[in-house]
Unconditional design. Structure first.
Length: 175
């Protein structure tokens, strides 16, 4: 697993996409969304979609809040970006998400034609970029977003660990 740029055939020229030096600040925005998800009782996953350095869509995990199994952070951010831009082709956008996208969210990124996916931490059980599947690099796919791993990884992992520690602590108190 490498933190370097992966995949080929991006939709936007590489020069128009956020650089690795931009990842820290943009992932900070996604982490803020993750913290909001945790405050609402949802697993803390946050996401932003960025175009030309500007956040055009935000999303956070809302499965518990909406009783919706598809209410993942990436889906919310993609919907918000499409609404902001008035189009579903997001081929000049980058998606920043705190945790490696699952199959549904990696697929949605491909279908939205996202040019770059940056995620903070791998998800060994359900991650579909490098952990369990490699959907963004799959040769059978029509589109191949570039991707990077590792932005603010320590912070992302601590937000997740803190959430689950608190949840386990609550379960111990209730038992």
């Amino acid at each position: 697993m490498s933190a370097g740029l992966r995949a080929a055939s991006p939709f936007a020229p590489a020069a128009t996409l956020p650089r690795p030096s931009d990842d820290d600040a943009l992932m900070r925005e996604a982490v803020a969304e993750a913290r909001l998800a945790a405050a609402d009782g949802d697993v803390p996953v946050g996401c932003v979609v960025v175009r030309e350095g500007v956040v055009v869509g935000r999303g956070r995990n809302r499965r518990e809040a909406e009783a919706d199994p598809t209410a993942h952070a990436e889906i919310g951010a993609l919907r918000a970006a499409a609404a902001t831009l008035g189009r579903w082709h997001l081929d000049d956008c980058a998606l920043y998400v705190t945790v490696e996208p699952c199959a549904m969210c990696a697929g949605a990124s491909i279908l939205a034609r996202i040019a770059l996916v940056v995620f903070g931490a791998p998800e060994p059980k359900t991650g579909a970029v490098v952990s369990t599947l490699e959907l963004l690099d799959d040769a059978r796919s029509l589109h191949h977003p570039r991707w990077r791993l590792g932005a603010r990884r320590g912070e992302v992992e601590e937000v997740l660990a803190s959430f689950f520690r608190a949840r386990r602590g609550s379960a111990d108190v209730e038992a």
